[in-house]
Design a protein around this ligand. Structure first.
Ligand SMILES: Nc1ncnc2c1ncn2[C@@H]1O[C@H](COP(=O)(O)OP(=O)(O)OP(=O)(O)O)[C@@H](O)[C@H]1O
Length: 202
């Protein structure tokens, strides 16, 4: 499988944010997207996820068969806001996602255990700390399989131990042929990554 981005341009509110971006990411490898605030890292991830329309160029997901025939179909998108309802419990949120996403790999409890949270399933998501919320959002990636992980500042709010645990989970995803594109200001603890430096507007 391969993610192929060609001559991509992105705009927000009708204003250009970036243009002329091309890269490929192969199965088993990760691309780190870096650059100053406002450079367009989140915009790039949202275009790949199919949440924004590109101003120009194209994004393709190759070799994924009928099931993963577009980047949007092939991807988990971990955005800044975690995509959980604060009034629902952690278990209710994850159960919703498992029914919505399918391709279930493990139970809610197993996914929570993998992020070191076995005792919060009954709590409203809104009661959790910032780092615990991030870990529940990461549990969603583990519970339902998608080959492409699009991660926007994935370690934001995580303590050292959780960062290390997440690095291990990302390495596992890559080892089984997954792909990762991560916008980050921090090292993620992965080896042999490519880097795309986005310059931003002068
Ligand atoms: N909905 C929107 N409408 C108009 N402009 C927007 C919108 N969302 C983002 N922008 C602008 O698009 C530009 C790129 O934003 P983006 O969030 O992609 O940057 P980023 O590189 O992810 O930044 P950061 O490192 O701060 O997360 C910024 O100038 C931002 O103000």
């Amino acid at each position: 499988m391969q993610l192929a981005v060609t001559d991509l341009g992105g705009e927000r509110g009708g204003e250009p944010v970036f243009s002329g971006i091309s890269f490929t990411v192969e199965a088993g490898s990760a691309l780190l997207v870096t650059g100053p605030n406002g450079a367009g890292k989140s915009t790039l991830l949202r275009i790949i996820a199919g949440l924004l329309v590109p101003a120009e160029g194209e994004v393709k997901f190759l070799g994924g068969g009928e099931k993963w025939d577009t980047p949007a179909a092939a991807a988990h998108y971990l955005g800044a806001t975690n995509a959980m309802k604060p009034a629902l419990t952690v278990a209710e949120n994850l159960t919703f996602w498992s029914r919505f996403l399918g391709e279930i790999r493990c139970s809610v409890d197993d996914a929570l255990e993998q992020v070191g949270l076995w005792d919060v399933g009954h709590l409203p998501f809104g009661y959790l700390s910032t780092g615990q919320r991030r870990r529940v959002a990461i549990a969603r990636l583990l519970m339902c399989h998608r080959p492409l992980w699009l991660l926007d500042e994935p370690t934001s709010g995580l303590d050292r131990r959780s960062e290390a645990r997440f690095a291990e989970l990302m390495r596992g995803h890559l080892a089984e042929g997954g792909l990762i594109v991560a916008a980050t200001h921090l090292p993620l603890g992965l080896d042999n990554t490519q880097e795309l430096q986005m310059a931003g507007r002068a």
